[in-house]
Design a protein around this ligand. Sequence first.
Ligand code: TRP
Length: 328
Amino acid sequence: MRARVLSGIQPTGSPHIGNYLGALKNWAKIQYDYESIYCIVDLHAVTVYQDPQELRAKILELAGMLLAIGIDPKHSALIVQSAIPEHTELAWMLTCVTPVGWLERMTQYKAKSDAQETIGDGLLQYPVLMAADILLYQAAIVPVGEDQKQHLELARDIAQRFNSLYGDTFVMPATHLPTVGARVMGLDDPEKKMSKSAAGSGHAISLLDPPATIRKKIMRSTTDSNPAVDFETMGAGVRNLLSIYQAFVGVDDDAMKAQFADMRYGDLKKQVAEAVVASLEPMQKRYQEIVSEPGYVARVLREGAERVTPIARDTCDKVKHAMGLYTA
Ligand code: TRP
């Protein structure tokens, strides 16, 4: 049996080239090597307030986008977290074995709660729900970025604690699969990782941005005080543009150096912009095809849910039985 891989993405903001090059491209690639489950984690999204109408639209948009970048529903189960009640069911049972202190120590919780006036309990429980996503399917491999490593370790700790309290129930999950993709930085602030939530329209390139917008954002991106590309002294902004180019076009370091050495920034930006436009064009076309077929995305999501539900149900029943909960 092939190992199971599971990952999740929040349906907030718009997926951008940083998400694509850093994670999603790899999802599409590894789906053929594993039994893969990719989850749109809407229940995680509502740990901070989301406009309902917008959230509803974003879930379908993200699903369409994941299909457009090559997630193949014949190979992968594409699911929406809230459509499978077992995610929440297991999360509750795991909550009961998770010390509050473990959760209060999570750096993402600390950062997010500092930014809010009142904190929903869901923000504290966030990593327990993520542990449930993973443990529900006994996933062996969980591709996530650095920022999610602590949550992944917590999932292992929760599984271990459950097993020691109630007997072996969970397979030890979650080898963290190192991110192989590029780490794309914000165009306006190349010291910060490109983020879906960062304000400012010049920050990220959405996968659905039209060519004119892509060109404008790249032409306005932050560089440094050099006039032209110098591989010795270039700053983070120029490095970021080169790395975006390299990730999309697939040239090696030597070819890139030969191509861009001493090039003026205006010309560099033009070439990077054209490469990004050309790379996104086929995805955007596929996206339009996908969303113009009535009911297609909803059908893929329903079939995904049907495929994984027996696994999820089985895990929940095992856990309920282990804990002595009532099973009819
Ligand atoms: N917390 C993850 C993120 O923000 C998303 C996520 C939710 C996830 N559940 C998951 C990732 C399960 C991997 C596995 O990136």
